[in-house]
Design a binder for this molecule. Sequence first.
Ligand code: NAD
Length: 337
Amino acid sequence: MRVAIFSATGYERSFLDAANARHGHELIYFEPALRRNTARLAAGFPAVCGFVHDDFSAGVMLELQRQKTRLIALRCAGFNNVDVEAAEQLGMTVLRVPAYSPAAVAEHTVALLLALNRKIHRAYLRVREGNFALDGLLGFELAGKTVGIIGTGKIGLGVGRILVGFGCTLLGYDPHPGAAFTAAGGRYVPLDDLFAQADILSLHLPLTPDTRHLIDAEALGRMKRGVVLLNTSRGELLDTRAVIAALKSGKVGLLGLDVYEEETNLFFRNLSDTVIQDDVFARLLTFPNVLITSHQAFFTEEALSRIAETTMENLTQFEEGNIVAENEVRASQHFHG
Ligand code: NAD
């Protein structure tokens, strides 16, 4: 099948080409992200392949459908950038990679936590400058601390398992509790209790209209003073302005982010020669107790290899009329991972 691959980066191509060796699809790589003004690149392609910042809103998909595209193949798990209802109305199939490497994201979440807590990001710079003083680098031990996981699916469970290994007490909140979380030593509690008890709070739930700004001023008000907040899921789960206020007041002690509400205009690009226009993001960068990575939690060799393999399998299975139900995104699912 001819596939238009948007937001194609150099590092992804080798993985996609290698995975395609068994499938023989015709992969055409386009560096730009899919937008209204780039959709024309996909004219005549039956399949369009995109990533987290490609725009699959109703207008763009109507354009794609007019150009004869029938399949949207996402190279990611999340699909909050896809208007699934519109896709269904237009008769387009949407496939994704539901689980490629939960360990990649779980390990990155813990990396943020450890770096923040032991001030590794600050120590790295200081030592390079010949500053070996310890003031400002005081950390605390994770052993004995209470960790609250919101969303105990694949990634949340992975984070929980690692932190139990560090000697943490594990609490969870999820509308669909899982036996594996309890077996790992976790205990489910109501969300309010989790807010009240957690020393470290980590978000691993999907972004939906219901979960947008789950962490707002009110939720922050119910947390412990000095709470460590980690978000490697989706930026809009946090009300960033409220979090900035909580950082200023000391309510939030440490903040680790791999995602940001307005990341589409920033992440995955080298903007080092430009002036950052986003004042909220710029403010976040000024805090010594905030560590931000640019949506790289998924970015491991293992994950890229699995994403490529599942994407190629999705394309082949669509061609053969043999779709794996778990990989298909349907409007009735009502969540946006
Ligand atoms: P998953 O589907 O296995 O788990 C999500 C869990 O969240 C489920 O158990 C679900 O019941 C729960 N949930 C749904 N609504 C909830 C709510 N209102 N409150 C609490 N829990 C709720 O998904 P996963 O693979 O663990 O991924 C979790 C999130 O990680 C995804 O939604 C995605 O946004 C994000 N992600 C980020 C990266 C990255 O590179 N930063 C990569 C992959 C996934």
